[in-house]
Ligand binder design. Sequence first.
Ligand SMILES: NC(=O)c1ccc[n+]([C@@H]2O[C@H](COP(=O)([O-])OP(=O)(O)OC[C@H]3O[C@@H](n4cnc5c(N)ncnc54)[C@H](O)[C@@H]3O)[C@@H](O)[C@H]2O)c1
Length: 418
Amino acid sequence: MKYHVKSLKLAEKGRLRIEWANEYMNVLSLIRKHFKKERPLKGLTVSCCLHVTTETANLARTLKEGGANVILCASNPLSTQDDVAASLVKDFGISTFAIKGENNKIYYKHINSALDVKPNVTMDDGADLVSLIHKTRKDLARHIIGGTEETTTGVIRLRSLEKTGLLMYPIIAVNDADTKHLFDNRYGTGQSTIDGIVRATNALISGSKFVVCGYGWCGRGLAMRARGMGAHVIIVEVDPTKALEAVMDGYQVMPLKEAAFQGDIFCTLTGDIHVIRREHFLAMKDGAIVANSGHFNVELDIPALEALSKKKRKVREFVDEYTLRSGKRVNLLGEGRLINLAAAEGHPASVMDMSFANQALCCEYIAKNHRKFQKKVYEVPEFIDANVAKLKLESIGVKIDTLTAEQKKYLESWELGT
Ligand SMILES: NC(=O)c1ccc[n+]([C@@H]2O[C@H](COP(=O)([O-])OP(=O)(O)OC[C@H]3O[C@@H](n4cnc5c(N)ncnc54)[C@H](O)[C@@H]3O)[C@@H](O)[C@H]2O)c1
């Protein structure tokens, strides 16, 4: 088995953490049992480019139980948990290529290693596998029956590829399932981004001016949690409806060029490029903390920050202090990589349970239905989404009502009124 991880000696710690996460992933565990019995992925090679975390390890185990040959590489150079990567290789026999802090060259070498096996299914978080296949490894597409995509940024890239008519195989946008983005992006990113910022800095959130750039699913989650911890939250948006929603949710909303003077802590979650840039860094208070929790670190114009600075030093494990020529300091967290994964452990397992239940079931759906697909980006089938919600509720012991026959009839008819 081929692999490239930091050290297999870390495996024991990784295995314990994978098992701990598994305790909170009841839906995925149920699917694993079903996969073990039915083997729906038998004979398929599945290449996954995902954050190498404890939750991903439990997804990879599930795919393997389903009969797949699974290969895993990292979807971000800073998000790998080295102990988990080691355990995946040593304890679960899963070919893994990921080392925390790998440089760009190794990052792409690892992605290429995951493609060398000629996958039948690709599973992406950010569309790096798909992008490489479409740019430099087009010959692989003939082996591929379908793919899945985990995050908003990946889905945006895929839809733009689809628009050009160049998409070479069907892909399911797992991110867009209700049981994914309503929970993972909102509650998962909300909690874990705070966790990452606090672990990196030990900053007091209470009483701080906390600037959230982007009031989408992730931004809403972060704003909610920052407010819950006592911060004065300021929202920066470009979409009038989202901005209005933020106003009605009780936040201050203003352009970043105004917020830049006020903020103590800044975090981007937009999926956009150069949201915080030269003029904003120049306006910030001495000691401002800047982080990103969107998929790529391009949300922050780091080259501009470098160019403005006369000095840079690492002051804590995940904090680079930049001293601008004026003498003011800006603290950049986790090299601008998604801070919840760079400095903390990513989303809690209980929420990844739903995202990865969708991933596993979509993989099964592709195996069974790929002949009917076209080269398009597909939504997650409604029955999968609804089933994940139902199983999650059951797993946490929550019961709900069902419609009576009368209610069903009423809701389906147009004739019945007052
Ligand atoms: N950190 C994580 O673990 C994690 C988890 C899920 C998603 N993500 C990533 O986070 C990013 C956001 O995801 P989402 O689901 O919230 O997307 P979304 O589309 O729901 O929200 C993005 C918001 O950013 C706003 N925006 C765009 N450009 C802006 C700008 N220049 N200034 C201010 N606001 C701007 C948009 O109007 C939109 O409201 C994506 O890159 C996604 O892939 C990260």
